[in-house]
Each structure stands twice: as structure tokens, then as C-alpha cells.
Design a protein around this ligand. Structure first.
Ligand SMILES: [Zn+2]
Length: 78
């Protein structure tokens, strides 16, 4: 599970670490249940910082980018 744009995992991203602490969750659990860009199939999400940086695309567009990432850049293991 990670943001492919900055290559960071939830526990490396302050906004999720802080929010998860509030909810008494791990950062990974927080992204899984609260992050709207999280995609189960590819296990990718787009953190807020990157989402703004890449121009706030529609979720459909993000999903296509995630699919591309998994099939061409870094295939999902297991
Ligand atoms: Zn990011």
C-alpha cells in the first residue's frame, strides 16, 4: 500500500499518521477506510499533497493511472 507519486507508505505520511492517531487506527487502516483515492485492486492511493500536485484528477482517472503503474512500473506481488 503506497502513494505511487511520492513513493511513500501511510506511516511515512504525516497527515495519515496524525489522523489515524485520532481514530485509534494504524495509518494503513486509516487509508483503507477513510482515504477516498485508495484502490483495493492495486493497493495504491494518492496522498493529499500529490493529489493537488497532479491537478486533482477524477477517481476514474486515478484508477487508470494506478492500473498502468501496476502493469508497467511495479507489478503487485502476491
Ligand atoms: Zn504522495
Amino acid at each position: 500500500m503506497k502513494c505511487p507519486y511520492c513513493d511513500r507508505k501511510p506511516h511515512e505520511i504525516t497527515e495519515y499518521v496524525d489522523a489515524a492517531k485520532h481514530e485509534d487506527m494504524t495509518p494503513e487502516e486509516y487509508v483503507r477506510s477513510e482515504e477516498g483515492t485508495f484502490d483495493v485492486r492495486t493497493q495504491l492511493f494518492c496522498c493529499t499533497k500529490c493529489y493537488i500536485k497532479i491537478g486533482m484528477p477524477l477517481i476514474n482517472e486515478l484508477r487508470e493511472a494506478f492500473d498502468y503503474y501496476r502493469s508497467n512500473v511495479e507489478p503487485l506481488e502476491g
